[in-house]
Design a protein around this ligand. Structure first.
Ligand code: CP
Length: 335
């Protein structure tokens, strides 16, 4: 893997870091912004190809011999674990850096951490970071043969979550993307998932995208992104084919943004009575972690229309697809 790259080259800082090669292949996966419908469909179809009819996932040797390092500067259950499962299913050597015990706690900079790990022959970094834009920064700092995959950066983007959401809609909704009505419900203002989902849905041709939330949980000027805004839940979900609930950050409850958990659930909770206002075939999604009884009722989260656990399983397939495609793009640059 590293035969043509000396340590000096590995330590060299690349100046340019767009996520595509000159011929349009992925070489990093930083954001869904700027990616074509064709490329998003390639990711969906490649991921779909790993999924077997019984819900199991096919193994592949596309990362055979590659070293993937997982750097999670923020907590995670689903993303971290499904990335690790995906890496192992692709045949990669996997290293999980324990950030709490790393020299980050002694003040080492992000770039120095990265360069030291790169010198240990990393081929790919999967990174979650609390700072928006951290992944673009890292993609500029790695040497040209190393891929950076965004596992969520601040309030900016969560592109693999968006793509697993798109794969889930592709597999579970009864209509094509162009005909869907999608309602995104909850804390849109602070949600990297909402930003990435809106961008992916628009690129895939969804025309009716609604955001449903109290004014305090909507970013100013959200209409500019081509979505319809609803402050009343019943109107926002009427006839919807897909409901995507967002996590309410508990730290915001009791703040001026939200009066109380009970009040929020009364106004915006996804309950069975409200779900009955959506299309009869509507699916219910949530990226997790869920607050039951706050943004969603247990009877809906565990009900027949819920595809929440399918999202988790689809996350493995999407992460396999994205990593395999980025590594293929990196390999094409080495030829
Ligand atoms: N959806 C999601 O990103 O969940 P985790 O924070 O558990 O990874």
């Amino acid at each position: 893997m590293h035969a043509s790259h000396t340590l000096t080259q590995k330590l060299h800082t690349s100046q340019s870091a767009p996520q595509l090669t000159d011929d349009g292949q992925l070489k990093h996966f930083l954001s869904v912004e700027g990616l074509s419908k064709d490329l998003l469909m390639q990711i969906i179809q490649k991921a779909n190809g790993y999924l077997l009819p019984n819900g199991q996932i096919k193994n592949s040797n596309e990362l055979d011999g590659c070293t993937v390092m997982n750097l999670f500067f923020e907590n995670s259950t689903r993303t971290r674990t499904t990335f690790e499962v995906a890496e192992k299913r692709l045949g990669a050597n996997v290293l999980n850096l324990d950030i709490a015990k790393s020299s980050t706690s002694k003040g080492e900079s992000l770039a120095d951490t990265l360069w030291n790990l790169q010198a240990m022959t990393a081929d790919m970094f999967v990174v979650r970071h609390y700072s928006s834009g951290a992944m673009h920064f890292m993609a500029q700092k790695v040497c040209p043969s190393v891929a950076v995959i965004n596992a969520g950066d601040g309030q900016h983007a969560h592109p693999t979550q968006a793509m697993l959401d798109m794969l889930t809609i592709y597999r579970e909704a009864k209509k094509p993307f162009e005909a869907l009505k999608v309602a995104i419900i909850g804390d849109v203002k602070h949600s990297r998932v909402a930003r990435s989902d809106i961008c992916a849905l628009q690129t895939l041709g969804v025309k009716d995208i609604r955001v449903v939330a109290p004014k305090t949980l909507l970013p100013k000027g959200i209409e500019r992104y081509g979505v319809s805004v609803f402050n009343e839940m019943e109107k926002g979900i009427a006839g919807a084919d897909v409901l995507i609930g967002l996590r309410i950050q508990n730290e915001r409850i009791g703040s001026p943004l939200l009066p109380s958990t009970a009040e929020y659930f009364k106004m915006y909770g996804i309950t069975q009575n409200r779900l009955n206002l959506a299309d009869k075939d509507a699916i219910v999604m949530h990226p997790g972690p869920m607050n039951r009884g706050v943004e969603i009722a247990s009877e809906v989260a565990d009900g027949e229309q819920s595809v929440i656990l399918k999202q988790v399983n689809n996350g493995i397939a999407v992460r396999m697809a994205v990593m395999a495609m980025a590594m293929e793009g990196q390999r094409s640059l080495r030829k």
